[in-house]
Design a protein around this ligand. Sequence first.
Ligand code: ARG
Length: 471
Amino acid sequence: MQFFSGRFKEKASNLILDFHSSIDFDKRLYRYDIMGSIAHVRGLALKSIVPSSDAELIEKTLKEILNDIIGEKILFSREYEDIHMNIEKILIDRIGDAGKKLHTGRSRNDQVALDMKLFTKDEAVKVQAQLLDMIDLLNETAKKNLDTYMPGFTHLQKAQPITFAHYLLAYVEMFRRDFLRIENAIKLMDTSPLGSAALAGTTYPIDREYTSKILGFSSPTWNSLDGVSDRDYLIELINSFSLIMVHLSRFCEEIIIYTSNDYGYIELSDKFSTGSSIMPQKKNPDAAELIRGKSGRVFGDLLGLLTTMKGIPLAYNKDMQEDKEAFFDALDTVKGCLLVFYGMIETMSIKRETMLEAAARGFMGATDVADYLTKKGMSFRDAYKIVGEMVSFCIDNNYTLDNMPIEQYKKFSSSFSDDIYAEIAIETSVERRESYGGPSQRSVKQHIDFIDKFIKEYSSVIEKYKLNDIL
Ligand code: ARG
């Protein structure tokens, strides 16, 4: 069967068939294509546009084709360009004239727009579920590390002490925003383009509300031109995936630093590390590096699709076929990275003692010493200067702020007394920081409770946007 027979006298060259063909990558839409066709044909029967007996035969045969695709009994062909025409061709081969009625009042333009939306809705909630698992893992790990003290950094220089729980919860917030960004994108894209046809709707009395409803969308799209040419949601989601990759990549960068010989705050499990082919002592954080590296692909996918879309006149143009590889690549990359990252975090060991030792070195009590003087009546700026001189003295004379004798303290200011040592103890320094969002156990516990509630509230995410399974 030739789809474009009639208008064309010559067969398309093999070169152009290969160039146009998207079947090699859009075959993964088969389930959604069949779902959309069944909704469409049910709609046609509802309005008596095709006889019910034909519609039933089409639906039954499409379901058989679905099983045959799953059972790998079907070979797709480049000659039929894409998944839509391949499936239609198989349908017509199986049931003849009845099969030829499926495409009434429909175009591949609304068909592909629908398939992509169904696929995307289905997959986006899977990414959300992965994010929720990640948030849960980090929150649970935080619960066990409320008093695991470690240095906090700015400029990668030791700054002020925090806890490992407080550190992990910073990433919980990033992943929570990623989750909500996807939530917004799904809500915004939840409209059915089916019935937009090629660009200008159709003269058949179709019921777009009906098909939209049985496919689980909140409503049909309002404008048929926009219905077939909107790819905003793909860009929005790749943008959300890009931010997930930014967060994973920053986290990975820290894992790489924290597992390095000179830090040793964390040790990755053997299962998630690799060795060197020549240096027997090596244990490398390759997975973290690869995730950091793969972020570049996802950003590339985003920029690629933005560029593809920016100059396309309304409505459908073939340029849009380029949406698929970009979206599939970004989706597969982010899902794969989330999976590996989860395993890496779940199995790593946290070196409490090393973190504590690191927190004890590096003059991180300096701000507390300055605050101590300020509370005794000195202006903060004067106190800051004195403590700067004290740190310089300690460096020259091999002291830390904890072991410099009190007589020496007094030489810098008569306001110092023995209670200074308790004041600059790491634990005091952290636990005094009770401000909202700060590292004290009290503040962190409040955050943890909030996250527990968040997880509960959204754990039914997969159910919420479930496609109506008409298959
Ligand atoms: N394979 C095409 C795509 O992915 C399907 C739509 C084709 N429509 C057309 N008018 N050529 O965009």
